[in-house]
Design a binder for this molecule. Structure first.
Ligand code: KIV
Length: 311
């Protein structure tokens, strides 16, 4: 990578995450950031190059989100993505990442049925993909699964509000907790996940007023996505923030780039160069010493004459 890791202006021996050179973001670093009121930056990544981008850009937490189902695998929702697919993506991210905390998203159907199933799935994320922690969605029985995974020694991040794995039951991909009763349910889910031992919780697509009301009751870092400014950090999907994904973007998405347009322009320019015979140019080829070229011609002539003898 050509660009150097960003350093914090306040402290030249630390990078923008506040970690010392060569240090890793741990659960204690995140807890300390919350205590100090330092915002936590989290993004998703799904492969080796996006992990390298996250590493170099200096984010604190990288989530191999099951949003991969839609952004990189082309499924219509997060529901169909399999455990094997998620593990392959998470392992690729691990190979491109050393400093941020790496969280793997447990896909739909891989943890809900029992504590044993949840622990076994979480262990695969740690053992096979090298994740530092896992994330699961919803309160209720998911809080029980979170407790079991934490008891097995694996840190868990919770996720409340809009939980895309169960969006159908929530009435679709829409903001949650907009009535006092539903807001109370979201708050109860968050508290249940904290009580279960989650080290952090994602709030997705809930009113800012609901976030404001819950925050004083939570000791663990809360990462928001469409949950207003009061959370301890913010997360966005890599493809949304860079403008790589062509689909519909939620209202909370802010685009920081138009990478898809740059990619289409580059590929279109290549195709045009090929068709116009402008590519490759002489400097894109390999050379051969003139005496080797002359010798090759002799060898080919001899080979061809042997073939015509046989015909
Ligand atoms: O899958 C995902 O990308 C997520 C984030 C939106 C938090 O769960």
């Amino acid at each position: 990578m050509s660009s150097a890791p960003r350093t914090s202006p306040a402290s030249p021996d630390r990078d923008s995450r506040g970690t010392k050179a060569g240090g890793r973001v741990t659960l204690s670093v995140l807890a300390e950031k919350k205590a100090l009121g330092e915002p936590i930056a989290m993004i998703t990544a799904y492969d080796y190059p996006s992990a390298q981008v996250a590493e170099t850009a200096g984010v604190d937490v990288v989530l191999v989100g099951d949003s991969a189902a839609m952004t990189v695998l082309g499924y219509p929702s997060t529901v169909p993505v399999s455990l094997e697919e998620m593990l392959m993506l998470a392992a690729a991210v691990r190979r491109g990442l050393s400093t941020p905390l790496l969280v793997g998203d447990l896909p739909f159907g891989s943890y809900e049925a029992s504590d044993e199933r949840a622990v076994a799935t979480a262990q695969r994320f740690v053992k096979e993909a090298g994740c530092d922690a896992v994330k699961l969605e919803r309160g209720g029985t998911s809080a029980d699964r979170a407790r079991a995974i934490v008891a097995a020694g694996i840190p868990v991040m919770g996720h409340v509000g809009l939980t895309p794995q169960t969006a159908t039951a929530l009435g679709g991909y829409r903001s949650q907790g907009r009535t006092a009763e539903r807001a109370l349910e979201v708050a109860q889910d968050a508290l249940a996940l904290q009580d279960a031992g989650c080290f952090s919780i994602v709030f997705e697509a809930i009113p800012s007023a609901l976030t404001d009301a819950i925050m004083p009751h939570l000791d663990v870092p809360v990462i928001g996505i469409g949950a207003g400014p009061a959370t301890d950090g913010q997360v966005l999907v890599f493809h949304d923030l860079l403008g790589i994904y062509d689909g519909h973007a939620a209202r909370f998405v802010k685009r920081y780039g138009d990478v898809r347009a740059a990619m289409v322009d580059g590929v279109a320019a290549f195709a045009e160069d090929v068709r116009e015979r402008r590519y490759p140019e002489p400097n894109h080829g390999y050379t051969m010493a003139p005496d080797e070229t002359a010798r090759l011609k002799e060898l080919l002539t001899a080979a061809w004459s042997r073939r015509s003898d046989l015909a």
